[in-house]
Design a protein around this ligand. Structure first.
Ligand code: ADP
Ligand code: MG
Length: 617
């Protein structure tokens, strides 16, 4: 129960709806009780008691009200007025009045019930919308390392499955907190007035019932959490399979991967069976336990009716029992809601894991704004490890100056830390040791968006979105004219193939540009960088996915792009960086050689070896 506040916290933006919901429910309960209370006059009319045969002339006097005998007063008043009416207008007429009255009360009861439900809809959907937005916003700021550790499918599971669970919980918990207890309390108060003795007995028996129900619900949260984790595993497997369907078929791995999926699915099903069985126990268990209490009341009450001295008579007792039986639905709903909340809390914990995940790249309180790059970028003894406290450094002792307007090339074997080094510039990662400055200001003093706007990044794996060609090239930019997009595409040698597409620049390129070839995708992302026109350009093996012919085209585009700009180029083929102002040679996270092409060749070291290897192929 203690986690309930966590869910209710999300209701704070929906106070208006919550109040209307509660008021509607409250009125609905009251009219519901009224409609049941009408049993008394009905029974009086249908079965007139011997001492006050309704047809005879008034023998009853108007009963007096005593707070400790409300039940008897109600019953006697009913008898009195029914007799009065019958005497004056006849039985037929009284029956019609009662029926019409009953219909009106039921209309009101259900109108208010609908009013409650009507106002529930925006709460339930609104809370889920808020959470969904919150998670999505968080995804946009979480550190890149989060995504290597935490699987995509799991995040998807949390965003869909767990949210649905919370939608239920929020709904249920609101009703649980308000309607059901309200219902139970109002009903119990009514019962106290009708017969204090019987109700006292009920008060002793009902808590025992509640205790038993709570015991069963206790273990539910844990198994629900487990099942949600399994769902995440399934989502990951599906996402991996769809992404890798070519490879799976090429290696005829269907059988292995199918078996694996079916096994996980089986485990999930097993856990879910347990969860459902336990959840579904709430309602029948409650109904049975409350019925036991009712049976005891029937026994005791029956004796009271028989006793000539006790004020409890037949119609009053029947009505009492009917009203008491009305405790069953709210009690059942209460326990079901309680079980569902336990399940929902497991989901909330999983969602909070994302929402509370640490954001490692943080902007300082009052960051410095930068609109231009004037002098130089400098690495001061930078070291970096992907895992905090990890001894395996991906970068060590990197000191490097990149003056404005120069082209710096970084070469080295795969895994030597080249990408890691350039990822530090847009602050995808912050250095573990040392400092990076731009025009003498440490990167972490700057407004992150300003810093990133200074840079254009083209990587080996092009990232395109399921949108039109034009929107992909103008990605992240506003106020871009068609002419600008087209001229950028021309520079990137992309205009030609784009013009041949179905709808030209308005063609939708499909999921991740699946309809394009590797070279075409690469030129698209080049056009994107050209359009952005940044002062600093970062090319991380931008041409390595291309064949020689398209590489020549792209290289030409790149050379144009690099003139008058500060560029950091990671190159796969050394022939493309011969003209760089400085070449940095990396090995195992360290800079081992530096200089221009000629000087490095003359050194006869690592660079020379790499260069010779490539010259012969
Ligand atoms: P390069 O670009 O030179 O091929 P990287 O900079 O990508 O090399 O990688 C340098 C080292 O850091 C490698 O040993 C690699 O395994 C490791 N590495 C790269 N990315 C991650 C990551 N997200 N988490 C942990 N280790 C990583
Ligand atoms: Mg790399």
């Amino acid at each position: 129960m203690k986690g309930l506040g966590k869910i209710l916290r999300y209701l704070k933006n929906y106070k208006k709806y919550a109040v209307l919901n509660i008021v509607g429910n409250m009125l609905s309960i009251i009219f519901g009780l009224f409609s049941l209370g009408m049993l008394i006059p009905f029974l009086n009319v249908l079965f007139p008691s011997k001492d006050s045969a309704v047809s005879t002339v008034s023998v009853l006097s108007k009963p007096e009200f005593h707070l400790n005998k409300v039940g008897a007063w109600l019953s006697d008043s009913s008898k009195y007025y029914m007799q009065l009416l019958t005497d004056r207008y006849g039985l037929q007429y009284v029956l019609i009045i009662l029926c019409v009255f009953f219909a009106i009360i039921m209309l009101l009861k259900n109108a208010f019930r609908y009013m409650a439900a009507y106002n529930m809809a925006p709460i339930r959907n609104g809370v889920v919308r808020d959470l969904r937005n919150e998670i999505y916003d968080k995804i946009l700021v979480l550190p890149l390392s989060y995504y290597s550790a935490e699987r995509k499918g799991d995040i998807m599971a949390r965003m869909t499955n767990d949210l649905t669970e919370i939608e239920w919980s929020v709904m249920q918990s609101l009703e649980m907190i308000t309607v059901n207890p309200m219902n139970i309390i109002v009903t119990l108060v009514t019962l106290i007035f009708m017969s204090p003795q019987l109700t006292l007995l009920a008060f002793i028996l009902l808590p025992v019932t509640g205790f038993l129900i709570a015991k069963v619900g206790g273990t539910l949260r844990k198994s629900s959490s487990k099942s949600k984790g399994m769902m995440g595993v399934l989502f990951s497997m599906i996402e991996e399979t769809i992404g890798g369907i070519r490879i799976i078929r090429a290696f005829t791995a269907e059988k292995i991967i199918r078996t694996k999926f079916h096994e996980e699915n089986e485990r999930y099903t097993g856990i879910m069976n347990g969860v459902y069985r336990r959840t579904d126990l709430a309602s029948p268990l409650t109904e049975f336990l409350v019925s036991i209490v009712l049976a005891i009341l029937l026994y005791v009450g029956g004796h009271l009716v028989w006793s000539p001295t006790h004020p409890l008579d037949g119609p009053l007792f029947v009505t009492y029992v009917v009203i008491f039986s009305q405790l069953v639905p709210p009690a059942k709903a209460f326990s079901t809601a309680y079980f569902n909340v336990e399940k929902g809390l497991a989901s909330l914990e999983r969602i909070n894991k994302i929402l509370h995940a640490e954001v490692t790249v943080i902007e300082i309180e009052e960051p410095r704004l930068v609109k231009s790059f004037d002098k130089e970028i400098e690495f001061h003894n930078v070291g970096f490890a992907y895992q905090r406290g990890d001894s395996g450094y991906a970068l060590q002792n990197i000191s490097l100056k990149i003056p404005k307007g120069k082209t710096i090339a970084i070469v080295g074997q795969s895994g030597s830390g080249k990408s890691t080094l350039v990822d530090m510039l847009p602050r995808f990662y912050d250095p573990t040791e040392g400092l990076i400055t731009i025009d003498g200001i440490s990167l972490n003093q700057l407004k992150i968006s300003d810093l990133r706007n200074l840079m254009g990044i083209v990587t080996q794996d092009t990232v395109l979105f399921n949108d039109t060609v034009k929107n992909n090239i103008a990605f992240g930019m506003t106020d871009v004219t068609d002419e600008q997009v087209i001229s950028a595409a021309k520079v990137a040698h992309a205009h030609e193939f784009i013009s041949k597409m179905e709808n030209g620049y308005e063609t939708n390129i499909g999921d991740r540009g699946g309809k394009m070839s590797g070279g075409e995708r690469q030129r698209m992302s080049l056009a994107r960088a050209i359009l952005k026109n940044p002062p600093i350009l970062i090319l991380d093996e931008a041409t390595s996915a291309l064949d020689t012919e398209s590489e020549r085209l792209v290289q030409d585009a790149l050379t144009k792009l690099m003139t008058n700009r500060t560029s950091i180029v990671i190159a796969h083929r050394l022939s493309t960086i011969k003209n760089a102002d400085e070449i940095i040679v990396m090995q195992k996270g360290n800079i081992v050689e530096r200089g221009n092409h000629a000087a490095l060749l003359a050194q006869n070291g690592v660079y020379r070896r790499l260069y010779d290897l490539q010259s012969f192929v």
